[in-house]
Design a protein around this ligand. Structure first.
Ligand code: SF4
Length: 369
């Protein structure tokens, strides 16, 4: 993972204060981590996001994250090296204004700035902003739920979650990876029409796409919900198809986190296939947890590799085609490698980088829980 320098991000200028009518104005670099930025703009009436180059799309990502994930509703202004062709997209990701520094394009900018006559309005269907407190709902007593599920069979946990606890308000999140067939098989036997959310990042192995289709048919799953990154955002932020290399966190945000964020509000709970034996942050995985105000159910949390393999054999489940080639955990092709001799199950993911999770299960550090 690229390590951003941990230094104060925001700077405030007297000129900015004047322009904002005396309110608290901060400027942050477009390449900032959104969580750090969110902490520093809490009280601001205006945030200026600085673009060091019009070719660097990270400011777009940061704006989207401040709007959709942090719930920032003040004024957002893009400043720095920008070109008029970017006006449409700047407005779309939530900017209210732009202060370009290129004087040679002043005439074109005069026309393009007309887009910014309407201030940002938070959309009603966006994910619950993390600055707002989510209403408590039945089934959110984590201690009671974990006590109830302690020692229970995974299939029984799933049956209770799908038919009782979050009936009609629960979906499964599946990568159709190396172990996915186990949980999906259980779910197919309980309720094959349970929504299965599949993040098609545009970077999946062809074998995963084939396996997804074959396994869906074999198990009789009837409600696959394919989520893809926004085409406009992908073009603006990853025009050279190298974002995974430059900034894998930004790439996962574009291709996984944000597509999921757009629909997660439709469900009270998501089922995952994560397990403690995967190691890293998963070592202490509870069966039920809350991440940024939403329930995750991890019915296979206590399972190990032996139990997974035994289940595959017992029900003669098809394996992912890459499993036999040493791929123990399978994500996007640029960021997945076979496991080396002494590696743990997820050591082939983002190998050589300080990154172990894509972010869809990562709690925000400033979540209002
Ligand atoms: S796993 Fe790699 S290619 Fe896939 S979204 Fe994340 S950084 Fe991009």
């Amino acid at each position: 993972m690229l390590q951003l320098e941990r230094k104060p991000l925001a700077r405030e200028t007297a000129q900015n204060q004047i322009e904002a009518g005396g309110g608290h104005v901060v400027e942050i670099p477009g390449e900032s981590d959104w969580r750090d930025a969110a902490e520093q703009v809490r009280d601001a009436v205006q945030v200026d996001i600085r673009f060091s180059s019009f070719k660097d799309g990270r400011g777009f990502t940061l704006a989207t994250q401040l709007r959709e994930r942090a719930g920032f509703t003040g004024r957002l202004r893009a400043v720095g090296d920008l070109i008029p062709d970017q006006a449409r997209y700047l407005h779309r990701v939530g900017f209210d204004d732009v202060a370009p520094e290129r004087t040679d394009l002043a005439a074109d900018w005069a026309k393009a700035r007309a887009r910014f006559s309407h201030a940002y309005q938070p959309a009603q269907d966006k994910v619950t902003p993390i600055f707002r407190h989510r209403q408590a709902r039945p089934g959110d007593d984590l201690a009671a739920l974990n006590a109830r599920y302690r020692g229970a069979d995974a299939a029984d946990i799933l049956r209770d979650a799908i038919r009782n606890e979050w009936a009609g308000r629960i979906a499964v999140l599946s990568s159709f990876g190396a172990e996915a067939a186990v949980g999906l098989h259980m779910i197919a036997r309980i309720a094959p029409d349970t929504p299965v959310i599949f993040l098609d990042t545009g970077r999946l192995f062809a074998q995963t796409e084939q396996y997804q289709r074959a396994l869906t048919e074999t198990l009789g799953l009837t409600n696959i919900r394919m989520l893809r990154p926004d085409a406009g955002e992908a073009a603006a932020e990853d025009g050279d198809d190298r974002l995974w290399q430059r900034d894998p966190d930004a790439c996962c945000a574009l291709r996984k986190v944000r597509p999921l964020d757009k629909v997660i509000g439709e469900y009270d709970a998501l089922i995952t296939g994560r397990k403690r034996f995967h190691g890293g942050e998963r070592l202490a995985l509870p069966v039920v947890e809350r991440i940024n105000g939403r329930i995750r159910v991890n019915p296979l949390a206590s399972w190990d590799a032996e139990k997974v393999n035994a289940y595959f054999q017992r029900f003669d489940l098809p394996r992912h085609p890459l499993s036999d080639m040493g791929y123990a955990s399978i994500g996007c092709w640029p960021c997945t490698a076979p496991v080396q001799d002494d590696g743990d199950v997820r050591s082939g993911r983002w190998a050589g980088r300080n990154k172990t999770e894509c972010g869809i299960h990562t709690p925000s550090r400033i979540a209002a829980e």
